[in-house]
Design a protein around this ligand. Structure first.
Ligand code: 5GP
Ligand code: ZN
Length: 114
């Protein structure tokens, strides 16, 4: 089966501006940033969406959030504020079916989201 685009970023077949990586996750700049800081934090393992997460992924999901928090401090948006987003399926606008946590910051955001 053809690898998904984020699996290709994990393997290095497609380039990305990586800001962090470890044995379980990779974080890189979004190609079409929606805020001054827009980073995607993804598991190395291909998981399509939040709906596919299992109980055994609890630690991994926690790790994604903690990595995003650490990057928020590094990018100096932790105090001003930032948003963490997981889009699941079509109503949420999920376009890439490899789980990814958006870290958005560096500008004032509105609520509710569009
Ligand atoms: P979704 O709408 O699925 O939650 O978000 C997918 C995100 O992936 C979008 O913000 C989009 O800009 C980003 N994206 C899609 N393809 C690539 C790519 O090849 N490289 C990078 N760095 N980001 C991508
Ligand atoms: Zn994938």
């Amino acid at each position: 089966m053809e690898k998904c685009i984020f699996c290709k970023i994990v393997s290095g077949e497609i380039g990305a501006k990586r800001v962090y990586e470890d044995e379980n996750v990779v974080a890189f700049e979004d190609i079409n940033p929606q805020a001054p800081v827009h980073i995607l934090v993804i598991p190395r393992r291909h998981i399509e969406r939040v709906n596919d997460l299992k109980e055994s992924d609890e630690k991994l999901v926690g790790h994604l959030v903690l990595v995003a928090k650490r990057i928020a401090f590094e990018k100096k948006v932790a105090e001003s504020g930032y948003r963490l987003v997981l889009n699941c399926n079509s109503d949420a606008g999920q376009a890439v079916f490899h789980l990814h946590l958006h870290l958005l910051g560096g500008r004032r955001m509105t609520w509710p989201p569009g």
